[in-house]
Design a protein around this ligand. Structure first.
Ligand code: FES
Length: 188
């Protein structure tokens, strides 16, 4: 808990401004912290993903017992650390897309001004975003159970034997080359 003044002994989180699992930027207001003298909105010290470990109104903590814990009520260091970014080449278009801060490939493509085939809007439901991994990708986190199930359905339906992933699920790392027909630059 941050120390808001010389005389502060303890404080209470009276309101969270973010929800568990929210992605936040450094400086974004996370919670309101009240002491016997003041109330302050406390910003995030880092960009990352929120992992709530205290309930608003019940999180009264002694400052002295938590000397270095600006992030104590917010998130652990690991969950706030941005995952590695990647440079993804999308064939046959030859588009270069850079991912940031743990974005999925489809999110990075949208941010970079590309159209990417989808029906479900990136919710891992339609499999229209499926990609073939041509090279790289070893550093990317593996599919979770939901994505793995969808990929299995795609393989059964199409007979695909190559390495495939869902663009809305993969959070690429390193240098990756993928194949996805239908990707194109959006008209501005
Ligand atoms: S966009 Fe629908 S499954 Fe990925």
């Amino acid at each position: 808990m941050p120390k808001l003044g010389m005389s502060m002994e303890e404080g209470t989180v009276t309101e969270w401004h973010v929800a568990d699992g929210d992605r936040v930027e450094a400086g974004q207001i996370l919670y309101t912290l009240e002491t016997d003298k003041t109330a302050n909105e406390v910003p995030s010290p880092l960009a990352g993903v929120i992992k709530l470990i205290a309930v608003a109104g019940r999180a009264t903590r002694s400052v002295r017992s938590l000397p270095n814990s600006n992030t104590d009520l917010v998130a652990d260091e690991q969950s706030l650390a941005p995952p590695p970014s990647a440079e993804v080449t999308v064939e046959p278009l030859g588009a270069r897309i850079e991912t940031r801060d743990g974005e999925s490939l489809i999110e990075a493509a949208w941010r970079s001004g590309f159209y990417w085939p989808t029906v479900c809007g990136g919710r891992a439901e339609c499999t229209a975003c499926v990609i073939r991994i041509l090279s790289g990708g070893e550093q990317s986190p593996p599919p979770d159970a939901r994505e793995a199930g969808q990929l299995e359905r795609v393989r059964r339906r199409t007979g695909e034997t190559a390495a495939i992933r869902l663009a809305c699920c993969i959070r690429p790392a390193g240098t990756v080359v993928v194949e996805k027909k239908g990707v194109r630059r959006r008209l501005r």
